[in-house]
Design a protein around this ligand. Structure first.
Ligand code: ATP
Ligand code: MG
Length: 178
């Protein structure tokens, strides 16, 4: 089994100051006022795991995830998110108990991916994400209401659909890379 252990954010959307979030076993709830950055945390998880659609991250382009400045704070030049997974066994195909995936993007659009501190290609990250399979699903705001109003059978279909999409995306990405 695989679980999310830690999330480090620096310069990602509203997170100008570096912050590390640690997740215990079981369920974690993130609470805070409107606009305080709760959904930005979910965006950071998907972004670190290789999300390529800035629309689904509620932006239009790569630089939209970089801290744009705020009251008394200058914009930053880089966004970085590191996500640490803990695995039992080797279901992620790597011989480590802890796997940290890091993604960085600079204002000129240059981006880096690292796994346990070593530079890798996007496709290595997408492969890792695909190997998470249905262990990893991020359900966005709005979809929650839709899910709650569904009958259980329909709800299951949605999860199956979500679980299948990551693999499809990876295959599509590989096809267009050749
Ligand atoms: P709600 O309860 O309404 O869903 P939330 O806690 O989920 O709110 P988010 O959507 O995570 O809030 O955060 C939105 C905030 O993030 C806005 O204030 C927005 O200005 C800020 N934000 C988004 N992108 C950036 C950026 N690139 N630079 C600075 N701030 C940003
Ligand atoms: Mg929100």
């Amino acid at each position: 089994s695989v679980r999310l252990k830690r999330l480090y954010l620096h310069g990602f959307k509203s997170f100008a100051t570096p912050v590390e979030l640690c997740f215990d076993r079981g369920i974690t709830a993130v609470v805070g006022p409107n606009g305080s950055g709760k959904s930005n945390i979910a965006d950071a998880i998907r972004w670190a795991l290789g999300e390529q659609s800035y629309g689904s991250l509620r932006g239009r382009q790569a630089s939209d995830v970089i801290f744009a400045g705020g009251p008394g704070r200058a914009p930053l030049g880089m966004a970085e998110v590191s996500l640490t997974l803990e695995q039992e066994g080797e279901s992620l195909g790597l011989p480590f108990t802890e796997i940290t995936v890091t993604r960085r993007v600079f204002r000129d659009g240059e981006s880096h991916y690292l796994i346990n501190g070593k530079r890798v290609r996007l496709r290595d990250v997408l492969q890792l994400t695909a190997s998470l399979g249905p262990d990893y699903t991020v359900i966005g705001q709005g979809l929650v209401d839709a899910v709650l109003s569904q009958r259980p059978a329909d709800r299951r279909g949605l999860f199956e659909h979500a679980a299948g999409i990551a693999g499809l995306r990876l295959r599509q990405d590989e096809a267009s890379a050749h």
